[in-house]
Write a protein that binds this ligand. Structure first.
Ligand code: ADP
Length: 270
């Protein structure tokens, strides 16, 4: 078994992704080993989400970033499996529209931040503005350089306003990505997931890793921590993400709202 690996980097420490094994599975050796723990987490998310919704005091924002085929969609599907859809909203951030580009980079993001009682999930996020935008040089360097601070201040504003923020980088190896791409090419029902553009991004793997390391280092804050999720094994990825969500929700010390008075005296008319 490999040595214990951190999921949350130390605050203030420079992240080197080569120190994080994407194939790490902690104390578990197989999917079967982790089955009960995963089931437990999903059941807890179900219960805790109901209290979050009923109490209407806190919001939870969950950010997912990954390389292509990193498993964002599948993780979202799995960890929210037991949740009440009324209390969950998912926003997927694509190439910005002209209207979005006419505003500051956080304009389109802010609109999708969950309100009290809600869980909001970002499938890609404002981090694209220091990832693809940096790697593809879509804006000058001084513009993207300033964004780390903008992001930290924005996330601080959200946290101060009652939003608990969890950020997950689903970390797969380059070999694992190749296998997943091959699977998409081999299976007709997965063809829709493949685009030629994915290979162009894959060619820039090292530049992306450098950009991720900066984002994971410079925007890892106590109010919006990153989790570097070993994601080659899908079952371990789901376990880690669901576990972090349970921990965050439990930390909120939530309660059902006080009932209206005299419920014991209520008689329901025939
Ligand atoms: P996904 O891969 O998330 O399933 P798509 O295949 O539609 O969804 O990819 C969305 C694309 O939008 C990605 O290539 C991503 O890099 C791009 N994108 C997202 N945000 C931005 C941004 N702010 N600037 C430029 N491109 C972006």
């Amino acid at each position: 078994m490999s040595k214990k690996q951190r999921i949350r980097p130390e605050f203030g420490e420079r992240v080197h992704l080569e120190d994080y094994d994407p194939g790490y599975t902690g104390e578990y050796e197989s999917k079967g080993d982790a089955k009960d723990a995963l089931k437990h987490n999903l059941e807890r998310i179900d219960v805790l989400q109901e209290v979050l919704y009923a109490e209407h005091k806190h919001a939870l924002l969950i950010v997912f970033q990954a390389m292509d085929a990193g498993g964002k969609d599948s993780t979202i599907r799995h960890v929210m499996e037991g949740a009440n859809p009324q209390g969950v909203q998912v926003a997927s951030f694509k190439v910005p529209t002209q209207e979005e580009l006419d505003h500051d980079f956080l304009w389109r993001i802010h609109k999708h931040v969950p309100g009290r009682g809600m869980i909001g999930i970002f499938n890609r996020s404002h981090y694209e503005d220091v990832l693809v935008v940096r790697v593809d040089e879509l804006v000058p360097e001084d513009v993207w350089q300033a964004r780390y601070e903008h992001i930290n201040a924005f996330e601080r504003l959200l946290a101060d306003s009652g939003v608990t923020i969890l950020k997950f980088f689903l970390h797969i190896s380059k070999d694992e990505q190749k296998e997943r791409f091959q699977d998409r090419l081999d299976k007709p029902d997965k063809h829709w997931k493949f685009s030629h553009g994915d290979l162009a991004v894959r060619e820039k793997w090292d530049a992306y890793m450098a950009a991720y390391e900066d984002a994971l280092t410079r925007c890892h804050t106590p109010w919006a921590p990153w989790h570097i999720v070993p994601a080659n094994k899908k079952w371990y990825r789901n376990l880690v993400v669901s576990g972090a969500i349970v921990e965050a929700l439990e930390g909120l010390d939530m309660r059902y709202p006080a009932p209206e008075p005299d419920l014991d005296k209520v008689v329901i008319p025939d």
